[in-house]
Each structure stands twice: as C-alpha cells, then as structure tokens.
Design a protein around this ligand. Structure first.
Ligand code: MG
Ligand code: ZN
Length: 217
C-alpha cells in the first residue's frame, strides 16, 4: 500500500512537470535542474558560471532551500533574475513548487534557467520539475563512495561537475574511482573537473552549456 501511494505521488508530479516543460519550451527557455548534497558548491558554481557567461546568454535562477534566502541574494547581487523557494522542511523541489513561482521570472527574456535544488543526494533525483536536463555536483571532499551509495542521481544526470578539485591533495578521495563508478552507472555522463577557487574547468563547463542551450530542439 505504501509503495502504491509513493508511485501515485511521483506520477502526479510527472504530469505537472510535463506541463511546466511545455511552458518553458514555448518560451524557448532551456532548463537545468541542478542537484547535489549540501555544501557541494551549487551556488558557487552558479556564480562562476554567470560571471564566465557574462551576458552572452541570458540566465535566470530559481533557488530552492529549506529556509533562508542567502543563495538568492548572492545571485541577485550579480544582476540576474532570481526567485527563492523555501520548502519549509521538504528536502526536494517538486513540479508544483516551480509552477507557483515561474511567473515571477521574466521567462521571455531568459535563455537558460537554473533550478538549484535543495541540497540532498537522494530524492531530488526522483522528482522532475520540468527541466530539459539534470546536472549534479559532487565535491571531492564528500568522498569517492558516493556514486555507488547514491546511484539514482548519477544515473539521471546528463553531466557531473566534480567540484573543489583544488582540495584533492588534502583528501584521500580517489577521483578516478569516482569517475569509473559514475560512468559504470551512466556511460554517457559528461564529467567536468572544476574548482570555483582557482577557476579551473569553468570555461570547459560553460562552453558545453553554450552547445546544449543552442541545440535545444
Ligand atoms: Mg546553494
Ligand atoms: Zn525529499
């Protein structure tokens, strides 16, 4: 019985997500659902991405957090349209939450919308919100056991940003194992080694973004 209830929730969410996606498609907005555990650096990667893009494509952001608006303030200070969702305890965003706030953004003027999900390696991967693709971050400091412990997020993502690679000399994390395990779960996964501290890898990631946003069907 419990399994059936959960399946129905996901089914209803998928229907709403498809409606969201139709709206985004009609307005020509490419949408990325950005996921990771807490503290992997989603907002820092967004800040670096916005600076690197430097207006060449128009970016908008939806920030999802259990509480607070710190991340939205960081994005707003870069003159990027942003709305903050506070889930009030829920550990993931769902399609209905996106529907409620999407009209608060100037979607007609946005080419690329990032939806920064709540920091959590588990259920954000289960709830579609109307995105074109999912992208996940893992910071090196989280350890190399994560792909095999949290397979769904790696399986559902189109790209993996391995963030904080500047920390590699100070951890025992085996970056090759992370890549090997992630690719065994998802052979098509595109992987970027990134450091927001040194700027390494940001331009490669942004060049890939240009290619996928410009090729939106
Ligand atoms: Mg954040
Ligand atoms: Zn959740």
């Amino acid at each position: 019985m419990k399994v059936k209830v959960v399946a129905n929730i996901l089914e209803a969410n998928d229907r709403l997500a498809a409606e969201n996606q139709k709206i985004f498609d009609e307005l020509g907005v490419f949408v990325i659902n950005l996921m990771s555990g807490p503290g992997a650096g989603k907002t820092s990667v967004l800040e670096n991405t916005i600076k690197e893009v430097n207006g060449k494509i128009k970016i908008g952001v939806i920030e999802g957090d259990i509480a607070g608006d710190d991340d939205a303030r960081r994005i707003e200070s870069l003159n990027i349209p942003v709305v903050q969702i506070n889930t009030g305890g829920a550990c993931h965003l769902d399609a209905n939450m996106i529907r409620v706030v999407m009209d608060d953004l100037p979607l007609k003027d946005i080419d690329l919308l990032f939806i920064e999900n709540v920091g959590n390696l588990v259920c954000p991967a289960e709830f579609n919100v109307g995105e074109d693709i999912k992208v996940m971050l893992l910071s090196i400091a989280e350890g190399h056991d994560k792909p095999l412990k949290y397979p769904l997020m790696f399986q559902t993502s189109t790209a993996l940003i391995l963030n904080k690679i500047d920390l590699l000399p100070y951890t025992n994390a085996d970056i090759e194992k992370i890549k090997k395990d992630a690719l065994s779960l998802n052979p098509k996964l595109k992987i970027f080694d990134v450091s927001c501290k040194t700027g390494e890898g940001i331009s490669e990631w942004v060049n890939w973004l240009y290619s996928i946003v410009n090729n939106k069907p």
